[in-house]
Design a binder for this molecule. Structure first.
Ligand code: ADP
Ligand code: MG
Length: 269
């Protein structure tokens, strides 16, 4: 049975400001779901609520049909991993050490690595292309390499559910595509349930099975990408006009924002 994750009527505030407003979302098991919306719309807050990092003021998040807040931390961490947007990097840590932290929920009393731990760490480093740096300090790597180490840590946790908050934002185009291709394989071939907050709409639309459009703490649309990712939805959620083109090689829809008129001399042709 796949692990199920859902939010029901989740409301959350910082002080008097409501950030999540009665958010309901059922995450599709075994699918790649992209969470998109403007900066400050509450994507990170929603992911944190789904991961049990914060408790809603009303409503609930359910993992396997039971309130996530009533489940022990380690039990949740064996089923759900989250990679936050800017996790603090422990000082002096090597790549191997960072990735191995993903094994914490599986560790026994002695804290020694089992063969299964070492295999999971090695596989995660291989999938993200960081195995060559295993013994180097993470702080000496480029932003993109570092980001791949964090992704490896989340993968090493070997959870059926994986939440990633803008995992591609520090990466150049090639690694953005590689990481999304990897997430796609993990869902399509390994049945992992993945929710990823993404900035790039076209990357989201071309990779995600499902999308959640989020604005000001409210779900504006959710469903299969081909149904929900439309020019009308994008315009409503991002306040930009878009044209829809069809990529001749793939037949996929590509969303192109219409540029604001910048006046004389700003644009030619
Ligand atoms: P997104 O990930 O979509 O950019 P966030 O979930 O990070 O949005 O933030 C949603 C809103 O909550 C923003 O207005 C942000 O300023 C506010 N916010 C986020 N974290 C905190 C915090 N720790 N204290 C107060 N306000 C916060
Ligand atoms: Mg965010």
């Amino acid at each position: 049975m796949p692990v199920t994750l859902s939010a029901r009527d989740v409301t959350f505030s910082y002080g008097k400001t409501e950030i999540l407003k009665r958010v309901s979302a059922a995450i599709s098991p075994g699918k790649l779901t992209a969470l998109v919306g403007p900066n400050g719309s509450g994507k990170s807050t929603l992911l944190a609520a789904l991961a049990r990092f914060l408790s809603p003021s009303s409503g609930s998040v359910e993992l396997d049909g039971r309130p996530i807040l009533s489940q022990p931390t380690k039990a949740v961490a064996r089923r759900l991993a989250i990679l936050p947007q800017s996790p603090p990097l422990p000082e002096g840590i090597t790549v191997f050490e960072l990735v191995s932290r993903g094994r914490y929920p599986h560790s026994g009393l002695l804290g020694l690595w089992s063969a299964a731990d070492l295999a999971a760490i090695d596989t995660a480093m291989g999938m993200t292309g960081v195995r060559d740096f295993a013994d180097r300090p993470v702080s000496g790597l480029s932003g993109g390499q570092r980001q791949r180490c964090w992704i490896a840590m989340a993968l090493a946790q070997e959870t059926p559910v994986l939440l990633l908050d803008e995992p591609t934002s520090a990466l150049d185009l090639r690694y953005q595509l590689e990481i999304l291709a990897l997430l796609k394989i993990l869902s399509a071939q390994h049945g992992r349930t993945i929710v990823v907050a993404l900035h790039d709409l076209n990357l989201a639309a071309s990779h995600a099975d499902h999308m959640i459009f989020f604005r000001e703490g409210v779900v504006h649309g959710a469903g299969a990408t081909r149904d929900v990712c439309t020019a009308t939805m994008i315009e409503a959620v991002f306040d930009v006009a878009v044209d829809v083109l069809v990529d001749p090689s793939s037949g996929r829809q590509v969303f192109v924002p219409k540029l604001p008129d910048v006046g004389e001399g700003g644009r030619h042709g």
